[in-house]
Ligand binder design. Structure first.
Ligand code: UT7
Length: 325
């Protein structure tokens, strides 16, 4: 009998501190840097973001999202035999966030590792978990996206620091005889690493290079609008579907203009696009599972719906997945 993976439950968590555009603009103004609520909304659709406090890491956020996903699935941590965390802002160099989350949940025994594919990380991690389940290597997987991008933002660079926020989302995947994840596609182009990167490194106790996020926004924008439509069509083709079969699109929440442009090119109505970028900003690998959980708990996405996920991020990396929820 064929073996597939299905989503059994979703969860998410946002740190309580909300920073609106005006508050952020006031903070930047203290260093003589000019930005405005109007510019940020017009260029990105972002109204506010959540920032973790100094003592909170991506493991703290990921643990809470994971607990909520387990509750939604009606499972205990001991039922999980694989944890994958997608993150570019882990708590430690090692061990992985997934191992630390497993330790917090008290679920020792299963495989644990992180996936680092920046904003496309959740689509990558979901696809890897799906392959583990299909092959029989795992029965039930927890896939977490957790980020504290506020820790790598340069608040003297207005072209990047207004874009990102902190948060976490998670799904529990379980083996099933009916397909849940219908198709996925993952891609990368390492020759474009320089257009979106945090190049600093720690060597012999010394940080060399910039530990802050750098982005050529226009270059990433141009790539994004090309690759997202292409990869979305690729997964739809693989699954034998067309854009008309998509009930909900859950894009990476980087910029409302990119999200709606891609939907328009695919012929998917804006009302079918789950939008959380206004409230969350860009939370990198956490943005898709966060948006998915908001739409599931809000009653938008229902069992049986076809949901298209797509994302692009540093690397460059990009990918898409089509699932039946
Ligand atoms: O998550 C991974 C994937 N990342 C993305 O998908 C991000 C892709 N890129 C973008 O979303 C957009 O390129 C941005 C939102 C980053 C920028 O929007 P844009 O429409 O491409 O603006 P721009 O870079 O062309 O800048 C327009 C102007 C410039 O001024 P001049 O040269 O026209 O005088 C910038 O200096 O806006 C200026 N500017 C700002 N002004 C006020 C840049 N940042 C700000 C700011 N506040 N925060």
């Amino acid at each position: 009998m064929s073996r597939y993976s299905r989503i059994l439950g979703t969860g998410s968590y946002l740190p309580p501190t909300v920073v609106g555009n005006d508050a952020l603009a006031a903070r930047l103004a203290r260093d003589g840097i000019e930005t405005s609520d109007a510019w940020i909304i017009e260029r990105t659709g972002i109204h506010q973001r959540h920032f973790a406090d100094a003592g909170t890491g991506s493991v703290d956020l990921g643990e809470q999202a994971a607990r909520r996903a387990l509750d939604a699935a009606g499972l205990a941590a001991s039922d999980i035999d694989l944890i994958i965390c997608a993150t570019s802002t882990p708590d430690m160099i090692f061990p992985s966030n997934a191992a630390l989350i497993q330790g917090r949940l008290g679920a020792a025994g299963g495989a644990v590792f992180d996936v680092q594919a920046v904003c496309a990380g959740f689509v990558y991690a979901l696809t890897v978990a799906d392959q583990f389940i299909r092959s029989g290597l795992a029965q039930r997987a927890l896939v977490v996206g957790a980020e504290v991008f506020s820790t790598i933002l340069d608040f003297k660079d207005r072209t990047t620091c207004v874009l990102f926020g902190d948060g976490a989302g998670a799904v529990v995947l379980g083996a099933d005889t009916r397909p849940g994840l219908l198709a996925s596609a993952l891609h990368g182009d390492g020759s474009q690493a320089a257009i979106l990167c945090t190049p600093g490194r720690v060597r012999s106790g010394v940080v060399s290079g910039s530990p802050y996020l750098h982005m050529d926004g226009q270059a990433v924008f141009k790539q994004a609008v090309q690759v997202l439509e292409r990869v979305a069509r690729e997964v739809l083709d693989k699954a034998g579907c067309t854009p008309a079969d998509v009930d909900w699109m859950v894009p990476h929440q980087a910029n409302i203009r990119i999200m709606l442009h891609t939907a328009r090119k695919l012929g998917i109505a804006a009302e079918r696009v789950v939008q959380t970028v206004a409230e969350h900003g860009n939370t990198s690998a956490a943005s898709i599972p966060l948006a998915l959980d908001v739409a599931v708990r809000g009653g938008q996405i229902r069992r049986g719906d076809h949901v298209l996920l797509e994302a692009v991020g540093g690397g460059l990396t990009w990918g898409a997945a089509l699932l039946e929820y």
